[in-house]
Every structure is written in structure tokens, then in C-alpha cells.
Design a protein around this ligand. Structure first.
Ligand code: ZN
Length: 311
């Protein structure tokens, strides 16, 4: 008797919530592919080739894709030919979630220990490609098993062309996140809104720790609670540390301030390092060898559960 009842119970459970398994090997390969183009610095061939690749992948996974092409003015008067790429799942749904990550590479490794490397570009395996890789894997899974709400994936451009700290007039925070600043003022859909937003930035480092970033806490504390408690329930508490982190100027700031969408930043934070970030941050060592599949799995699995729990 017991045997006939058990499968029924399992079936009902599966119906309430089916979350596809996040494949970290697949996410890793999406990161590797981006890095193989070279540094994705705006106005370079690697950048343009990677834009074609990213929108092609989103289309392949069934998203409705919009490429927002725009010339943005950098702090040094360079005109950055930028592309924000948006892939929408369930585009007609009124209830939406925004997932975003910058896809450009920093043009200068200005934090490199060696002076001779500081004018070289950053390969940005972690600082750029990792968040995009996790989101591409989620897109691949969403095609197979659609979530009940709408999901927009935004690959924002020209995040990392900010003014170097060595500059005499440094401290121009608004010189960063140019693609997102533009998108927040002119979203791909007029009047765009979402229930909440989650930004991924540097989510692939070995034994990375993600603390409760202060602006996320200020603008979207309940979203931080939702993500950090989900991670803890899944056994990823050593990655998602339930403690206050730094306050970081990142793409989520502009989505909060301009669009009023409560948005958080999942960003690697190491309270013991001088910069707060990994030692290879903005150096020539931000390469594939620092990308760890266990970390990708922790972030991707957590986000899959967050998305599929939204009704
Ligand atoms: Zn950066």
C-alpha cells in the first residue's frame, strides 16, 4: 500500500517546484568562450565579436533579444561604442525579475603589482565573464523549463571604463557603469519595471565570499534576505556570508536610484584584502585559472531556486 502512495506524493511535489540542475561545467565553458575572444574592451574587435556571440546564445536559448547600441562618453572623452544586450523570457508576463551582469573588460590592469602591466587590458574572467556565464547557463535551463514569472537578463556594457584611482581628479564614481546608467534612463521597454533585480559581479573566484553589500541592504534588504537564506538552505552558507560587507558603486546603484527597482549586488568581498576584492582584481591575472566551478555552482543553484520560487 505504501508503495503505491509514495510516487503520487513525489509527483505532486515535483509539480509545485521543478528546478533544473545548474551545470557548472556549462557555465564555465560560457566564461571560457568569452575570455577566448580576448579582453572585451569597448571599441575593440574582441568586444564586437563577443557581443555577437552573447546575443546569439540568448537567441539560441529562446529569449527575445534586444541589442541596445549607444555611443557613451567616457571620463577621458573617449566615445565608447557600447551594446547593452537584453534577453527576455516570458516577455508578456507582467511580473518580472531582472538579472544583470556587465560583460565588458577593464581597459587597464591598473591594480597590477607590476608597473609595466598597468596599461594592459584585463582579461576579466572573473570581473565580467563569470556573471555572464552563470546567466547564460540559467538562460539555457529556462528554455527547457520555463519559470512562472518573466525574467530579463541584461548584459550591460561599459561598466569597467571608470576613472583610475591614480588620476589626480579621481573619485568620479559616475564614470563607472555607463551602460547601466544609460539603460536605466532609457530601458529596452518604456516604463520597464521588475519585482526586483539581482546583479552578479565577480561570482567565479575560488572560495569566494559574498557578504551583504551595504547599498543592497539599504535599497533591497528583503531581497538580500531572500537570496542569502536560500543559499543557506541549500548548504552554500560558506559562500553567502550572513554579515555586513562593503558599500560598492556598481550597476545596481543606478537601477535602484533611477528606476526604483529594488536591486542587490552579489559581489565577491574579502574583508582581509586591501581592496576588498580578490588579489587579482584589475590585474593581468584575472584569468580562467582563478575561476572555480564550485563557486559558480553555489551562485547558479541559489539563483535558480530564487527564480523558480517566485510565483
Ligand atoms: Zn572591474
Amino acid at each position: 500500500m505504501g508503495c503505491t502512495q509514495t510516487p503520487k506524493a513525489t509527483k505532486t511535489q515535483e509539480k509545485t517546484l521543478t528546478v533544473s540542475t545548474f551545470i557548472s561545467d556549462s557555465a564555465y565553458n560560457f566564461i571560457k568562450k568569452q575570455v577566448e575572444f580576448g579582453a572585451r574592451v569597448p571599441n575593440s574587435k574582441a568586444h564586437d565579436d563577443c557581443a555577437v556571440y552573447l546575443s546569439g546564445e540568448l537567441k539560441r536559448f529562446g529569449a527575445k533579444v534586444i541589442e541596445q547600441k549607444v555611443n557613451l562618453n567616457a571620463f577621458d572623452a573617449t566615445i565608447l561604442k557600447s551594446v547593452n544586450i537584453i534577453g527576455s523570457f516570458n516577455p508578456k508576463s507582467e511580473s518580472r525579475i531582472l538579472l544583470f551582469s556587465h560583460w565588458d573588460s577593464r581597459p587597464w590592469a591598473d591594480n597590477d603589482p607590476l608597473q609595466k602591466n598597468r596599461k594592459k587590458p584585463v582579461l576579466a574572467a572573473n570581473d565580467g565573464a563569470s556573471g555572464v556565464g552563470v546567466l547564460l547557463e540559467m538562460a539555457r535551463l529556462m528554455q527547457k523549463n520555463s519559470p512562472s514569472i518573466g525574467v530579463d537578463i541584461l548584459f550591460c556594457d561599459s561598466e569597467d571604463y571608470g576613472q583610475p584611482e591614480s588620476a589626480s581628479d579621481a573619485g568620479n564614481e559616475d564614470s563607472w557603469c555607463l551602460g547601466t546608467q544609460y539603460w536605466a534612463k532609457s530601458p529596452h521597454v518604456p516604463g520597464y519595471s521588475a519585482r526586483f533585480g539581482i546583479l552578479l559581479d565577480m561570482v567565479g573566484g575560488k572560495q569566494a565570499t559574498f557578504y551583504r553589500e551595504q547599498a543592497s541592504e539599504y535599497y533591497a534588504g528583503s531581497v538580500v534576505d531572500k537570496v542569502w537564506s536560500q543559499a543557506k538552505n541549500l548548504g552554500f552558507g560558506q559562500y553567502f556570508v550572513d554579515q555586513k560587507g562593503g558599500a560598492i558603486t556598481d550597476d545596481h546603484i543606478y537601477v535602484n536610484k533611477i528606476l526604483g527597482i529594488p536591486s542587490i549586488d552579489i559581489i565577491q568581498y574579502d574583508p582581509k584584502s586591501g581592496t576588498g576584492f580578490a588579489t587579482y582584481w584589475h590585474t593581468t591575472h584575472d584569468t580562467m585559472e582563478n575561476v572555480d566551478k564550485n563557486t559558480l555552482n553555489a551562485v547558479g543553484t541559489t539563483l535558480m531556486h530564487v527564480i523558480y520560487n517566485e510565483k
